[in-house]
Design a binder for this molecule. Structure first.
Ligand code: ACO
Length: 325
């Protein structure tokens, strides 16, 4: 039986030029490189320049992904940007990307699921392809979290960074077996009761301001390992696969201890995990496509590899996608 499979045919990423090492925070806050590295695994992050916006990061990542895929912007049917830090309240960043790429065809919209945004966007893009709404979708995660930091809160401002990653997803024919290339299964969850664990204290309707990020880190951590392992297992089960068959986990890059804890719960060694958190910090929705693109650039994936992405973020929202490279 021939089925449609949404296959990643290209990846790309963009990081702003300015690299901020942990030591910069120690000048103004009661913190240290030692604390940040030991509690989070983060060594440095990139911050966007003044006048550099989420859409700029997204457009650069998108161009790189198109070049890597060997397709032009005119061959794309839809653009989805996962972001919680859009340039404007509206229009969507995705429409600015569309214009920036010179596209006048297709449709474009944003998805907001914070740290889980890319997994949600990938699942939605797959759905559009399976429904016959699009043949090729540009799926982007792009954030400028440096714009929503409370620079006096050492418990949050040392953790986040800016960046963008993108993939081109294309409809290809598969056999229906889980040996096919492409997205094999998605598993998504949200539970709005946990809003207060991770949120921004401003917004259009409530305060008319952008606000800054607030997080109960220890509580988010507690939910993270458990929920990530569960959703990863569930995505694999839906695909008729087991953790032992996974070649690569490409996790949301929030905290090295969460990444290690989740891999351990799944019974997988760290050699099978893509880790970029040391260089990027937590870039929210951008973290998974950034990690995918960095690893792809390094030639770490080979055709047929089983890749498992998993992420959690504000909402709480979390999910996983199992796909074959
Ligand atoms: N430097 C030094 N000390 C610090 C710092 C800092 N930057 N930040 C906090 N501390 C202190 C705290 O004040 C606390 O001190 P106290 O015991 O005197 O009160 C102590 O360190 C321990 O704080 P905890 O919060 O318990 O530290 P923990 O080991 O949990 O690490 C961290 C904190 C890194 C935030 C961790 O909890 C974490 O990563 N949580 C999950 C974050 C996450 O995954 N978010 C994902 C969402 S992504 C998205 O949606 C955008």
């Amino acid at each position: 039986m021939t089925v449609i499979r949404p296959v990643i045919i290209g990846t790309g990423h963009y990081l702003p030029a300015r690299i901020v090492p942990n030591s910069e925070f120690a000048a103004t806050l009661d913190t240290s490189d030692e604390w940040i590295v030991s509690r989070s695994g983060i060594e440095r992050r990139h911050f966007a320049a003044e006048g550099e916006y989420t859409s700029d990061l997204a457009i650069n990542a998108a161009r790189a992904a198109l070049a890597n895929a060997g397709v032009t912007a005119q061959e794309i049917d839809a653009v989805i940007v996962a972001t919680s830090t859009p340039d404007y309240t509206f229009p969507a960043v995705a429409t600015q990307v569309q214009a920036g790429l010179g596209m006048t065809q297709g449709f474009a919209f944003d998805i907001q699921a914070v740290g889980a945004g890319f997994v949600f966007a990938l699942a939605n893009a797959s759905g559009l392809i399976l429904a016959g709404q699009a043949k090729r979708v540009l799926v982007i995660g792009a954030e400028t979290f440096s714009r929503i930091m409370d620079w006096t809160d050492r418990g949050t401002c040392v953790l986040f960074g800016d960046g963008a990653g993108a993939v081109v997803l294309e409809a290809q024919a598969g056999s229906g077996a889980n040996t096919d290339r492409g997205v094999l299964a998605c598993d998504l969850h949200s539970d709005g009761r946990y809003r207060d664990l991770l949120y921004v204290d401003g917004g259009i309707s409530r305060t008319g301001t952008a606000g800054v990020l607030r997080m109960q880190g220890r509580e988010v951590f507690r939910h993270a390992v458990e929920k990530l392992a569960a959703t990863a297992t569930s995505a694999l089960e839906k695909a008729g696969l087991e953790a032992g068959q996974v070649d690569w986990i490409v996790p949301h890059q929030a905290n090295l201890r969460i990444i290690k804890g989740t891999a351990q719960k799944l019974g997988l060694p760290m050699e099978n995990v893509i880790v970029t958190v040391q260089d990027h910090g937590n870039t929210s929705a951008a973290s998974i496509p950034l990690a995918l693109s960095v690893a792809n650039t390094q030639g770490r994936f080979k055709p047929g590899d089983l890749i498992l992405t998993e992420a959690i973020g504000g909402g709480l929202s979390w999910g996983a996608v199992a796909l074959r490279w």
